[in-house]
Design a protein around this ligand. Structure first.
Ligand SMILES: NC(=O)c1ccc[n+]([C@@H]2O[C@H](COP(=O)([O-])OP(=O)(O)OC[C@H]3O[C@@H](n4cnc5c(N)ncnc54)[C@H](O)[C@@H]3O)[C@@H](O)[C@H]2O)c1
Length: 419
């Protein structure tokens, strides 16, 4: 069988995904698009990417890159600039594996869905966190039905980082206008939200959020967001409620999730590795279970060897495999990896921040299936980010709109990234 020819946009996360694709028989990585030579060098070194001994052609221009007879493209350029590149792929019926988030404004969501509906492309969100072992186990428990009707779930992607971490700053936040310095706390939402959507099958319909303001005082920092976390709640299409973070930054690091039904609840335990706690009401214990069950789930997967060498708890390999399976079977991915769910999550990110800026006001999540909704949103271009084409932020990125790092902090940062 012919191998699928995959191109990679972005030499950071993109090459990390490429490495996982290299483990799968049915595809080959044939080209990289990266317009910053230094980043290309850094990426090859940082992620130890080798192309089975062959040199990977690097293109600076995306249109030229797209001419390389590609079946699919991994979109891993800047976080807030995925949409125009996905649309270019759709116009050529090239399949898309898109890093989070799919669109950085509500108007981009309209452009994205319109272009998608005109194409034959498969779109899959490259969201790896649902495939961590404990999240797979929680989905298995939910699917088994023993929790009863699902009422409530929590998701926490808590990833504190120190501005004084030189290696991280130089590798991931390498110029003052970089998106990581302007990232509102609700925007990096898919790592906390997608796992609970996947496990429960629920889709957010209304969002509200509150931020916790506690700026860094480090001498070197360009981080223009003084918030440490945002706590987001959604009301969902099945009547359930979710509570989750975007990317949180309070002590201490954890990815933790909890799902509660009428009969019981399941969660992974913070600071306890991959352990899962499953508990039932004393009157609704299913056969073969105890009231309290604490255990280490198992993969039970034919590719355990690859999963164990892959990043993000094995999630990186599993989502890459899921994408190639979609290509082989010529079908769209399962919920919530599909484009409508991806845009739904982007809307939660965008409107969650709008809620933060408006005192926690709730916003309805738009239904992008409807043409009248699209008409209403096609000019909603508000964004907290700087874009490569010169566009500047139109809204504050922080809950305290006037917050800025001091001149001393910015000068310290510029000195910091110099050598
Ligand atoms: N799922 C995960 O676990 C995970 C982990 C890290 C990053 N990410 C996502 O991956 C994406 C990339 O993040 P990153 O960490 O690599 O940092 P990054 O955003 O700084 O890297 C983007 C890369 O794309 C290149 N690029 C930007 N515009 C380009 C263009 N027009 N043509 C060619 N190259 C261009 C940049 O030079 C840079 O090397 C983001 O969306 C991020 O959210 C996901």
């Amino acid at each position: 069988m012919k191998k699928f020819r995959i191109g990679i946009l972005g030499a950071g996360r993109g090459l990390c995904i490429a490495q996982n694709l290299m483990l799968i028989d049915d595809c080959e990585v044939v080209a990289l698009c990266e317009n910053n030579e230094e980043r290309a060098r850094w990426g090859f070194k940082e992620f130890g990417f080798t192309n089975a001994g062959k040199e990977l052609p690097v293109f600076k221009d995306f249109d030229e890159f797209l001419e390389q007879d590609l079946d699919a493209v991994v979109i891993a350029n800047y976080f807030h600039e995925h949409t125009p590149f996905a649309i270019k792929c759709f116009r050529k019926n090239i399949h898309v594996f898109c890093e989070c988030i799919s669109n950085s404004t509500l108007a981009e969501g309209v452009d994205l869905i319109r272009a998608y509906e005109k194409s034959n492309s498969i779109f899959m969100l490259a969201e790896n966190y649902p495939q961590m072992i404990f999240n797979r186990e929680m989905k298995r428990v939910c699917d088994g039905g023993s929790l009863g009707k699902i009422l409530y779930a929590e998701g926490e992607y808590n990833h504190p980082a120190q501005p004084s971490d030189k290696e991280f700053t130089k590798g991931f936040c390498y110029f003052p206008e970089h998106w990581r310095h302007y990232l509102p706390r609700t925007y990096y939402v898919t790592h906390s939200l997608a796992p609970i959507m996947w496990a429960t099958g629920a889709t957010p319909k209304r969002v509200s959020a509150q931020a916790i303001f506690e700026p860094f005082t480090d001498k070197a920092s360009a981080r223009q967001v003084g918030d440490r976390a945002a706590i987001i709640t959604t009301f969902n299409d099945d009547g359930s409620v979710f509570k989750f973070t975007g990317c949180g930054g309070f002590g201490a690091h954890s990815n933790s999730y909890r799902i509660c039904g009428t009969n019981g609840q399941v969660e992974n335990l913070r600071g306890m590795g991959d352990k899962v706690m499953l508990r039932y009401n004393s009157w609704s214990i299913p056969e073969g279970k105890e009231e309290t069950n604490l255990y280490e789930p198992e993969w039970n997967d034919k590719d355990e060897e690859f999963i164990k060498q892959s990043g993000h708890g094995g999630g990186d390999y599993i989502v890459a495999r899921m994408f190639i399976e979609c290509l082989k079977e010529n079908r769209q991915p399962e919920f919530p990896y599909d484009i409508y769910s991806a845009i739904n999550m982007s809307s939660v990110a965008i409107l969650g921040h709008r809620s933060v800026l408006n005192g926690g006001k709730p916003y309805d999540i738009p239904d992008y299936h409807l043409e009248e909704t699209r008409k209403q949103l096609e000019n909603d271009n508000d964004s907290p980010f700087y874009y490569s084409d010169g566009r500047e932020p139109t809204i504050p990125c922080c809950s305290h709109p006037d917050y800025r790092v001091t001149d001393e902090q910015m000068n310290g940062y510029l000195e910091f990234i110099k050598d």
